[in-house]
Design a protein around this ligand. Structure first.
Ligand SMILES: C[S@@+](CC[C@H](N)C(=O)[O-])C[C@H]1O[C@@H](n2cnc3c(N)ncnc32)[C@H](O)[C@@H]1O
Length: 245
């Protein structure tokens, strides 16, 4: 399993508090959407939890459970975090002893797992009534690996986003260490258009109650800074879908 092969290098990138985008974009936005204070005994299930960085960002009152297919990432999580951890391939149905989670998260992991139906059904089966399922995706409209890119229109003086493919589901190999060329570990990214996610959630009677599109907070310098900064503010990096039972 390719994530198993990159477990230690991924752990180095993510560290204790998360990688750059976890810390600067995802957690500042996602934390505002949990509203743990509204739940008597909040419990959060993190699907595709990796090494469990999310647990560091939660209030102590939140009981944390993490599930991931990589045994090495789960071992690292057990060493570093407080909570319950399980190794499980989420392309197969999940059935934990503990159910009725008030919160379920899938952070930058659904697009690594293949067809989303089974994992979303597992999420549904573990979600308490009025619980919140929060899914963070690389924005499927604007960030399709190898099929979207930036371009510069010299006449209009704008940086634009070029979308070569969108509607067709794709499996795209991702080199995890491009500098190692053919020796690089490969993981897979699975692309689906936005309608696929919304319709699977609908078929599971999970209603999308909230959606956000998050931009990067980075700032360019140099010759193209103005156009780069403007396009960065317009074209989101991440999509948040929140759904409820
Ligand atoms: C990009 S990482 C994200 C991890 C974590 N959520 C984070 O934000 O750091 C993708 C994760 O999905 C996990 N994953 C990939 N396929 C999986 C599967 N079939 N079942 C469970 N986890 C899987 C990988 O092991 C990896 O930890």
């Amino acid at each position: 399993m390719s994530w198993e092969e990159v477990a230690y290098s991924y752990d180095k990138i993510v560290g204790k508090d998360g990688h750059y985008f976890h810390q600067h974009v995802i957690m500042p936005n996602l934390s505002k959407l949990f509203h743990f204070e509204k739940y008597e005994s909040p419990k959060l299930l993190d699907l595709g939890c990796g090494q469990g960085f999310l647990q560091e960002h939660l209030p102590k009152s939140v009981k944390y459970t993490g599930v991931d297919a990589s045994a090495s990432l789960i071992n690292l999580a057990k060493q570093k975090r407080k909570g319950t951890f399980e190794v499980h391939d989420l392309t197969k149905p999940l059935s934990l002893k503990e159910k009725e989670f008030t919160h379920i998260t899938i952070i930058l992991a659904l697009q690594n797992m293949g067809p989303p139906e089974i994992v979303l059904k597992s999420a549904k089966n573990h979600l308490a009534k009025n619980g919140k399922l929060s899914i963070v995706l690389n924005h499927p409209c604007f960030r399709v690996p190898r099929q979207t890119s930036w371009g510069i229109d010299e006449d209009k003086k704008i940086q634009y986003r070029r979308i070569d493919r969108y509607l067709t589901p794709l499996v795209i190999p991702i080199s995890m260490s491009p500098s190692k060329k053919e020796d690089s570990e490969i993981t897979s990214s699975y692309h689906y258009p936005m309608s696929t996610y919304i319709n699977i959630l609908g078929d599971l009677s999970l209603g999308v109650t909230h959606m956000e599109e998050w931009i990067s907070d980075k700032q360019s310098t140099g010759k193209f800074a103005k156009m780069e900064n403007r396009s960065r503010e317009e074209i989101p990096l991440f999509l948040l879908l929140q759904a409820s039972n």
